[in-house]
Design a protein around this ligand. Structure first.
Ligand code: PRP
Ligand code: MN
Ligand code: MG
Length: 184
């Protein structure tokens, strides 16, 4: 990712490592949901890359739907305030729902979202996240499929943004401190 190299403190996970991990998770998901319908719910905007790649890694029928919620604003820390910006189009009654996320940071977004989706009558609600930061967790979240546990650093790429930028980086990197201290 040449155009952002100067903004990275380091590369954390390469495109290849992300790909390999998704193949692994896809095989587990195929086995676990055998004989059941599956609705993938992606959380906009960060989850778009994971959703696109996971959906294509799965050798089975799936449906996709999207929600947009927000907890961060444009800064680097979670506010704990979750707002629905765009709701699902699907009725969840009796559905097996797998929430697809890029990252669990404080856990506030997902613990709220899981409760919200369960209350709509889903047959099951599970979580698949590419990244998790165990040291940043403020609430316990039961995650069925997790790609990588990572240190508590500000990460960007593969859907993850800083001030809406860097989402299109193919791998995941740690943002260099000068980028956010420069902008205040
Ligand atoms: C980020 C990330 C997760 C959430 C995790 O989304 O994509 O959805 O924060 O944070 P938490 O575990 O502390 O709640 P963000 O709110 O930045 O929106 P975005 O996906 O549009 O970037
Ligand atoms: Mn998000
Ligand atoms: Mg964000």
């Amino acid at each position: 990712f040449e155009h952002v190299e100067g903004d990275l403190a380091k590369t954390l996970i390469t495109e290849q490592e992300l790909h390999d991990k998704l193949e692994e998770l896809a095989r587990e998901i195929e086995a676990d949901y055998e004989g059941r319908d599956l609705l993938l719910v992606g959380v906009l905007r960060g989850a778009v890359m994971v959703m696109a790649d996971l959906a294509r890694a799965l050798n089975r029928h799936i449906e996709m739907d999207w929600m947009a919620v927000s907890s961060y604003g444009s800064g680097t820390t979670s506010s704990g305030v979750v707002r629905i910006l765009k709701d699902l189009d699907s009725d969840l009654t009796g559905r097996h729902v797998l929430i697809v996320e890029d990252i669990i940071d404080s856990g506030l977004t997902l613990s709220w979202l899981r409760g919200n989706l369960e209350s709509r009558g889903a047959a099951s609600v599970e979580i698949c996240t590419m990244l998790r930061k165990p040291d940043a967790l403020k609430v316990e979240v039961d995650v069925k499929y997790c790609g990588f546990d990572i240190p508590n650093e500000f990460v960007i790429g593969y859907g993850l943004d800083y001030a809406e930028q860097y989402r299109n980086m193919r791998g995941i990197g740690v943002l260099a401190p000068h980028v956010y201290s420069d902008k205040g």
